[in-house]
Ligand binder design. Structure first.
Ligand code: GLU
Length: 485
């Protein structure tokens, strides 16, 4: 049987980075096994449905660069791939379950259910479980719309084999009691819809986060009640923050759009995510998409949680940035410079050539593409104000700094014609000769020229800006310091 997997997001919030990992692992299993990857939109919670979240799913994957074989936009033999367009099927199976005694009608009011949900309960009222038909009819006569509830067995144990966790057992009495399958608006709940769809879309493997393990017992019971074979479950290790808690806003960015806006490269994110709970061997860290598409193997998924390490992701991203050509980086940083108002749209010719010359200089220093504006602000915008605290190195009297700047200024007059090593040597020799620290010559100069203590390599920055402008900035800082002391 060929492998069929699905990513089944609910459009109720922005795509989470953990969800992207789930999607990736599904995609990789399909690719590595010659199977099919399906996108299914689980939009049956109409109260929480959000149009922007739906768009965000498509935007996320266009950016990430993975494509499904079947889905709402591309179609496929098992469509529709949007649950709200399949409602009659769920109703059909809810009725089948009622007919076979596995489900029953309950007349909880919508308000009761909402209140119960807000309290984190299922809103289970045992009164309807074995209520005689005649009594139920009274509710119908009053126009109360029923919900259909599953009849969870009181006894016994439900067992399933998980490809990652092994055998998982759950006492039926610990499985949620009589959950709603079909709501009074005729829409299914997640549990019914997921089972019906995974079966009808011939999903062979369900890869999803371990947070779904507690409900899988219920799904298995539903498969049994409907007389269907469950798929193979592969519950993926959780993605936690460094403190061992579920990854959340407290740890940093969590939605994929935040990573996109910060300028992470999709290939770096893919490489990083691929290692959250999966490893090829103990040492290899870099994987291209092609590598992953061939090497991914469910057998190498880990049981234990993965820790999301933002610094490690930055490191990956920096490495991928450095692998790109200067022309690629040029194109990639333009939207970030535009967003900060540092260039016009389209960029003027002068801006274009400045950026082109600057790319090799800043590439080494970038972790994310959004670092570019700060690294290039000095050359794309005028600096008319300096932070005096930054101009004055620590433990140095402010009154001495103009003197350092004067010395430094003399050393850069011909920086255009002199290689970096010679300039470095010149600064070193001068510092020794004057009996001062090298940093006291360089740091104020860096701040004067670039407006910041964190800048691209200094001599390159001076050349990029032009000697004349650089010297004018140094002079402006000398005046500023003289006036402020
Ligand atoms: N719609 C569910 C979610 O939002 C899918 C869970 C599953 O993969 O079964 O995560």
């Amino acid at each position: 049987m060929s492998i069929r997997v699905r990513y089944a997001p609910s459009p109720t919030g922005l795509q989470h980075i953990g969800g992207l990992r789930t999607a990736l692992f599904n995609y990789l299993l399909a690719k590595s096994s010659g199977g099919s990857f399906i996108l299914r939109i689980e939009d049956t919670d109409r109260e929480r449905f959000d149009e922007r979240s739906l768009q965000d799913i498509y935007d996320t994957f266009r950016w990430f660069g993975i494509q499904w074989d079947e889905g709402p936009d591309v179609g496929g033999p098992f469509g529709p791939y949007v649950q709200s367009e399949r409602v009659t099927r769920y109703q059909e199976f809810a009725l089948q379950l009622m007919g076979s005694g596995f489900a029953y009608e309950a007349f909880d009011s919508a308000d009761d259910l909402r209140e119960a949900r807000e309290d984190g309960k299922q809103g289970y009222d045992p009164v309807f479980r074995d209520m005689p038909e005649s009594e139920k009819q009274r509710y119908r006569d009053q126009g109360v719309q029923p919900v259909i509830r599953f009849r969870t067995p009181d006894e016994g144990t439900t067992v399933f084999e998980d490809a990652v966790l092994g055998r998982v057992k759950r006492k039926n009495r610990d499985i949620v009691t009589d959950p709603v399958l079909l709501k009074s608006d005729g829409f299914p709940t997640y549990h019914l819809a997921v089972v019906v769809d995974d079966h009808h879309m011939e999903i062979s493997h369900v890869l999803r986060g371990q947070e779904w393990v507690p409900t899988t017992g219920l799904h298995v019971l539903l498969y049994e009640a409907l007389g269907w074979e469950p798929p193979t479950f592969c519950h993926l290790p959780m993605v936690l923050g460094k403190d061992g808690q579920k990854l959340s806003k407290r740890h940093g960015a969590t939605s994929v759009v935040e990573f996109r806006n910060a300028g992470y490269l999709p290939e770096a994110v893919m490489n990083y995510l691929s290692r959250l709970g999966w490893s090829y061997d103990d040492s290899r860290e870099f994987f291209s998409r092609n590598d992953l598409e061939t090497l991914f193997d469910v057998a190498k998924l880990s049981k234990s949680p993965a820790v999301f390490d933002y610094r490690k992701l930055d490191w990956f991203n920096g490495s991928y940035i450095r692998e790109k050509s200067d022309a690629e980086i040029h194109d990639l940083i333009l939207p970030f410079l535009l967003r900060e108002g540092l260039i016009s749209d389209p960029p003027e010719t002068g801006q274009q050539s400045t950026i082109r010359t600057a790319v090799p200089l800043i590439k080494e220093r970038m972790r994310v593409l959004s670092d570019a504006p700060d690294l290039l602000r000095f050359v794309l915008a005028d600096i008319s104000e300096w932070n005096v605290d930054e101009l004055v190195p620590k433990k140095t009297p402010a009154a001495d700094v103009p003197w350092y700047l004067e010395r430094a200024k003399e050393l850069i007059r011909d920086a255009d014609a002199v290689p970096d090593e010679v300039l470095e040597e010149r600064f070193r020799a001068t510092a020794t000769e004057l009996g001062v620290k090298l940093g006291n010559l360089l740091m104020p100069l860096r701040v004067a020229v670039t407006g910041s203590t964190a800048s691209p390599p200094l001599f390159g920055a001076i050349r990029l800006l032009g000697i004349e402008t650089s010297i004018a900035r140094v002079d402006a800082c000398i005046t500023l310091l003289n006036n402020s002391t």
